[in-house]
Design a protein around this ligand. Structure first.
Ligand SMILES: Nc1ncnc2c1ncn2[C@@H]1O[C@H](COP(=O)(O)OP(=O)(O)OP(=O)(O)O)[C@@H](O)[C@H]1O
Length: 281
């Protein structure tokens, strides 16, 4: 079953397309990464999928309903969202903010302890949201997004404000949620994060998807077919795979000249730069 289905979606602001003609689907249980440079349309798509914006053309279906229905309370119960604009009360403590969400979703009291542990904020629960560091704020917002263990989770740059230790803690938690059945749609600039977490990624550039697939598939697809050979005398040869190269390697091998042979695989970052011509950020 597809949890998200996007068909020829276009979103126009004035005379500019934020999304040109975007189509893809996400099956239940997948962690799907939407990668793209700043301004490529990632947040616009999340807003469409969560009923904060309408499409100009095309259709988007989320949890078997048109995306425009996502603001209805029955649908709201089924997903969680983490974005910049948190919706948390600055003057309330983390715990008090979570209590509001707990009541909204009609959850047991224990759900607050569980989620605080999950985001590594048990010790800070009595702190006001206004005094939290950027990383703590992000974890508190995430706690509110997942307290009801939603079927579907939207994460817009989930770890952008986190140090590596807290990011690793969140990755572990997200994998755990995913194993329990939550489908995750995340946007990120962080290629290592995408590679670590995502079953599939799409690379978005100027409102269009330029590549889509698992990180492994994309690396295979964009491999440049070269072999790198290091010889014992320190020479390095980068040669195309084929008969001629095989003969040269056989000759070097017979003479005991070969130190190391490897095929060159692009990183997700290399593929991103190839697709978009951009450095990240
Ligand atoms: N409400 C709006 N009115 C006009 N233009 C908009 C609006 N929202 C977004 N845009 C434009 O649409 C394009 C895509 O913006 P979007 O916020 O979706 O990009 P993004 O990929 O999420 O970027 P970032 O990584 O910086 O968050 C940008 O050119 C942006 O200026």
């Amino acid at each position: 079953m597809d949890v998200i289905k996007v068909t020829h979606v276009q979103k126009r602001f004035g005379s500019k397309d934020a999304l040109a003609d975007v189509s893809f689907s996400i099956p239940k249980g997948e962690i799907f990464g939407f990668l793209g440079p700043s301004g490529s349309g990632k947040t616009t798509l999340i807003k469409i999928l969560t009923a904060q914006l309408n499409t100009t053309n095309g259709q988007a279906t989320v949890l078997n309903q048109p995306a425009g229905m996502m603001h209805h309370s029955a649908q709201k119960m089924r997903f969680g969202i983490l974005t910049d604009n948190s919706g948390l009360y600055e003057r309330l403590t983390i715990e008090e903010n979570l209590e509001l969400y707990r009541q909204l979703y009609d959850l047991p009291k224990a759900s607050i302890d569980r989620v605080l542990q999950f985001v590594n904020l048990s010790g800070e629960r009595k702190k006001r949201f206004s005094v939290l560091s950027k990383g703590m704020r992000q974890r508190a917002i995430l706690a509110c997004a997942i307290i009801h263990e939603p079927e579907l989770l939207f994460l817009d740059e989930p770890t952008s404000a986190l140090d590596p230790v807290n990011a690793a803690h969140i990755y572990k938690g997200l994998r755990y949620l995913n194993e329990k059945g939550t489908t995750i749609f995340l946007t990120t600039h962080n290629m290592a994060e995408a590679e670590l977490l995502c079953h599939r990624v799409a690379i978005l550039y100027q409102g269009s998807i330029k590549a889509i697939g698992s990180p492994k598939e994309l690396k295979r697809q964009y491999r440049d077919n070269q072999v790198r050979i290091e010889l014992t005398n320190g020479e390095i040869h980068e040669l195309p795979q084929g008969e001629e190269t095989a003969d040269r390697i056989a000759d070097w091998m017979k003479r005991g000249f070969i130190d190391r042979i490897e095929t060159k695989e692009p990183s997700l970052g290399d593929i991103f730069i190839k697709m978009t011509g951009s450095e990240l950020l």
